[in-house]
Design a protein around this ligand. Structure first.
Ligand code: ZN
Length: 197
């Protein structure tokens, strides 16, 4: 095995999800075989990624300024809010084209067995937003997994006092419920078939 920079690169790549040491090795040698400009561009992009990407102060989406493009878009339906666990889920829903409101990204799910309790959910910000923006419907689009369902039930209960209509996407999403890997048609149907919580 080569040492030095190649080993370093292999070790860093192997820490990424779904990439074992063998794939990491293949990628490292592939990068080495490309024009040096590619490695430089990749390095630069990674180096200032965290400085350039901002978390939207309203919804938690990622963007390039204090507020994300969706929150700034005046054409969005202002009274519907879709609650998602991760930004990847928001992107999947946007791709389906069936939702025209705005989002609230939790960046967490309840996981009682792993010690992740309600204190980790940005509930206060969500409730405050529902009041301030006159939200009429909250669509809970957390995954249809055990943690996603637990989070959805908790939210339904916690939001009851606000009087907002709370709905849940339908279970057309494959079991285990990773929105990111659900096709657009199925995700669209899951929105159409949402039910009251
Ligand atoms: Zn936003």
């Amino acid at each position: 095995m080569a040492d030095g920079p190649i080993t370093e690169l292999v070790e860093l790549l192997a820490r990424l999800p779904g990439i074992g040491e063998r794939t990491a090795t293949r990628l490292a040698f592939h990068i080495l075989g490309l024009e040096p400009d590619y490695a430089r561009a990749l390095g630069r992009t990674l180096a200032d990624l965290h400085e350039r990407v901002k978390r939207c102060e309203l919804c938690g989406n990622f963007g390039v300024s204090q507020r994300c493009a969706i929150c700034l878009d005046a054409r969005r339906e202002p009274h519907q809010l879709c609650v998602v666990a991760r930004v990847q889920d928001l992107i999947a829903i946007e791709r389906s084209g069936r939702f025209r409101g705005r989002y609230h990204v939790l960046h967490a799910l309840l996981a009682p067995l792993e010690g992740v309790g309600p204190d980790r959910l940005p509930l206060a910000a969500l409730i405050e937003r529902i009041g301030r923006e006159g939200i009429e419907e909250v669509i809970v689009a957390t995954p249809l997994s055990v943690d996603g369902e637990a989070t959805s039930m908790y939210l339904a209960q916690a939001l009851r006092a606000t009087g907002v209509r709370t709905t849940r996407i339908a279970s057309g999403v494959p079991h285990g419920g990773d929105l990111e890997f659900t096709d657009q048609v199925t995700l669209g149907r899951a929105f159409e078939g949402r039910r009251e919580l």
